[in-house]
Design a protein around this ligand. Structure first.
Ligand code: NAD
Length: 491
């Protein structure tokens, strides 16, 4: 049986797919056509209470299940996602506007990969680690906390959902997940596979609805003991404040970015141009670690600009369902308006437009789609809002620099600190710059080269000190317990 998109999505509560308690829905729109794709439940307090109670009831048995068995259930869900890969890719393209090539190479396969990575890591992570000293012996173990909540954004819907539920479940917690109301479909499709994978009812619950609605209720629920959030810095701040009112609920906050791509004159320029343009425009610039500020050493500024402009021609907005398309639709009409207003702001700030700057109207059924031309700007000072604020669209700025010290200072002069990419053939300079940048994830001569078994997250207003990834995210969803006894006890 393969997964299909129904007219009305449902919540997953206590192992059952069900409509929202008060029968309210919100339309979900296909961004490439502007047409309604389906209706999304608007969950409320009653749905949340049922989901939390189901999760609480399921917790003792899930926690006490052998970790090998938990891992098996998670791997079965990964198998089912892989069996339905084509349908999930199609659903993500229709719901999000991302290109088929991005969904099939990056976003959707990560659903299964995330589940498998944490299922594997849990086998070791959940094992007690013994210690033995002349005066004392014992062990340290990670203990799941109970019911946890996850809130995820629309830009990488299935990837970010599984990136959070996988560590929580693998460590033995039960989950209430709230996907973005803008892109709910792949979360719904996953929820139709949960029972078949063998999850006991209530271990994983998925509630749809808005941020200020069900998202805020989930954040504040007293029985939800950890909250893992990915989204904008503005929302993260609200969630951080709400969680601070509940002493026992530390949040994990993964937030925005304004990431530099730094190209030195000695870099392999053709490779750098391929990757720097991809960093700026992949997923229409809607990636938290998009390289939206491009710094070029002065001696290569003009030739590199030309290389970038040649590559941008490959990012012509087109039907995202076509496998050859490299630039799809922006996620929603409100987001299109937000990005277009940022482009207008750049105009008033004196930006020189090297390309783009307009909404693109496609022919036929895509004429009402939310397409924006890839846009490269130059001539803006570092302190302009265009160079400081996250646009989260296909817009990048070019800025020249003369020295290594200067570019480090420019790159660091922002409230964000998520990622960076550094392009040079001089290894000591690459490592010096990587050390000097206030970002969580500097990439050298690459971008978005991911190893799931490394910490993921950012400095400054991109995060709040926690990290995701294997095993960091499992650390977040657990308490550590140290059991100590005299060395000679029980002998
Ligand atoms: P958003 O902050 O608007 O929404 C994210 C999620 O929070 C959604 O599920 C939304 O419904 C929910 N939400 C909104 N208001 C809420 C509230 N008051 N209480 C509880 N939940 C609430 O972000 P978005 O527009 O969906 O996503 C884009 C943002 O996400 C960008 O800033 C991007 O940089 C960031 N992002 C960060 C990472 C990372 O790992 N650092 C990854 C992906 C996206």
């Amino acid at each position: 049986m393969s997964v299909t998109i129904p007219d009305k999505l449902e919540n997953l509560i206590g192992g059952r797919l069900c409509p929202p308690a008060d029968g309210s829905y919100l339309p979900s729109i296909n961004p490439a056509t502007g047409e309604q794709l389906c209706l999304v439940p608007l969950s409320g307090p009653e749905d949340l209470e049922q989901a939390v109670q189901a999760a609480k009831a399921a917790f003792p048995a899930w926690r006490d299940m052998a970790v090998e068995e938990r891992a098996e259930v998670m791997n079965r869900l990964a198998d089912l996602l892989e069996e339905n890969l084509t349908e999930l890719i199609r659903a993500e393209v229709l719901d999000n506007g991302m290109t088929w090539s991005f969904a099939s190479s990056v976003e959707v396969p990560r659903g299964a990969q995330n589940l498998r990575a944490f299922a594997k890591a849990a086998l070791d992570f959940c094992r007690p680690r013994t210690f033995s000293q002349p005066h004392a012996r014992g062990y340290v173990r990670h203990q799941p906390v109970g019911v946890v909540g996850t809130i995820t954004p629309w830009n990488l819907p299935l990837l970010s959902l599984t990136w959070k539920i996988a560590p929580a479940l693998a460590a033995g917690n039960c989950v209430v997940a709230k996907p973005s109301e803008v892109t709910p479909v792949t979360a719904y499709l996953l929820s139709t596979l949960v029972e078949k994978a063998g999850f006991p009812p209530g271990v994983l619950n998925i509630l749809h609805g808005t941020g200020p609605g069900i998202g805020s209720l989930l954040t504040r629920h007293k029985d939800v003991l950890r909250l893992s959030f990915t989204g904008s810095t503005a929302t993260g701040r609200l969630i951080g404040m709400a969680c601070a009112e509940e002493f026992k609920k530390p949040p994990l906050l993964e937030m925005g970015g304004k990431n530099p791509s730094i190209v030195f004159a000695d870099a392999r320029l053709e490779d750098a141009a391929d990757c720097v343009s991809r960093a700026a425009f992949s997923n229409q610039g809607q990636v938290c670690f998009s390289g939206s500020r491009i710094y070029l050493e002065k001696s290569i500024y003009e030739p590199f600009k030309k290389m970038l402009l040649e590559r941008v021609e490959g990012y012509k907005p087109q039907d995202p369902l076509q496998e050859s398309t490299r630039h799809g639709a922006t996620v929603s009409e409100p987001h299109l308006k937000k990005v277009m207003s940022c482009i207008e702001l750049a105009r008033t700030e004196g930006a020189v437009f090297l390309c783009g700057g307009e909404r693109e109207i496609l022919p036929g059924e895509h004429s009402k789609g939310f397409f924006i031309q890839p846009t490269l700007l130059e001539g803006l000072s570092i302190d302009t809002r265009t160079n400081q604020e996250e646009i989260f669209g296909p817009v990048a700025t070019l800025t020249p620099f003369e020295t290594e010290e200067e570019v480090v200072e420019l790159a660091n002069r922002t409230e964000y600190g998520l990622a960076a990419s550094i392009w040079t053939e001089d290894e000591s300079r690459a490592l010096r710059v990587a050390d000097a940048l206030d970002v969580g994830m500097p990439w050298v001569n690459c971008w978005n080269l991911r190893v799931l078994e490394t910490p993921f997250g950012g400095f400054k207003n991109s995060g709040n000190g926690h990290r995701e990834g294997v095993p960091d995210a499992m650390e977040f969803f657990t308490e550590k317990k140290t059991v100590t006894m005299p060395a000679g006890a029980f002998s």
